[in-house]
Design a protein around this ligand. Structure first.
Ligand SMILES: Cc1cc2nc3c(=O)[nH]c(=O)nc-3n(C[C@H](O)[C@H](O)[C@H](O)COP(=O)(O)O)c2cc1C
Length: 192
């Protein structure tokens, strides 16, 4: 965890938000809340991105918002993959369960997501289309299963016109597919 936190802070180094947080470090050594509030908005299916979001939120004392589709994705992994590919190929922007109550309060938005089908999940496009982030600093943090970011960053750039987009922090994280394969093998189901 400490290693991930260090990697994260290194990834975010040089950004004004972190400088503000560090400059205002309280006497006990913990980062004080930046003068301008930061928002950590994230989507996560299997929890990897949620862990990173929690680390950022605690480090920067930011507000947290989970991006949730109005219609939940299937529990079944393979059905989710199918749906993700359909949404990507048909440029679908699924409805969100909720919007950030007052996005204008924030000057910095840390936007978290997994890579789905070599790009950003459709709900991220929905989020960006339904919130005006122009003039704000947007810092993506992205987890993936080992195949890299694909077109995630360019999709974010296209859907957040006018935002000051920073390079993404990214890291490889466990794949649900691998967990599923191992458990199925153990159960003798032979499914993949
Ligand atoms: C529908 C779906 C599609 C995925 N597509 C990719 C991919 O194209 N490349 C990749 O490296 N990982 C892919 N993964 C793996 C996830 O990006 C990775 O496990 C990520 O850390 C999951 O984050 P989460 O736990 O926050 O949902 C995919 C996972 C799912 C569920």
């Amino acid at each position: 965890m400490e290693e991930a936190r260090r990697a994260l802070i290194t990834g975010l180094a040089g950004l004004s938000l972190v400088q503000v947080a560090q400059a205002s470090r309280a006497t006990d050594g913990r980062p004080a809340r930046p003068a301008a509030p930061a928002l950590v908005a994230y989507f996560s299916r299997s929890g990897n991105t949620r862990v990173v979001a929690g680390l950022i939120r605690r480090s920067l004392d930011a507000d947290l918002f989970e991006i949730v589709p109005a219609a939940p994705y299937p529990d079944d992994y393979l059905k989710t993959v199918e749906q993700a590919h359909r949404e990507r190929d048909r440029h679908i922007e699924p409805e969100l369960k909720a919007k950030v109550p007052d996005i204008d309060r924030y000057v910095t938005v840390l936007l978290g997501m997994p890579v789905w089908g070599e790009t950003a999940p459709a709900v991220i496009r929905s989020f960006l289309s339904s919130h005006d982030l122009s003039g704000k600093t947007v810092i993506p943090f992205i987890t993936h299963g080992g195949y890299g970011l694909g077109s995630s960053e360019s999709v974010i750039a296209r859907h957040a016109p006018g935002a000051r987009l920073q390079p993404a922090f990214s890291m490889q994280a466990d794949q649900e597919r691998e967990t599923m394969n191992r458990v199925h093998a153990w159960l003798g189901a032979g499914a993949s």
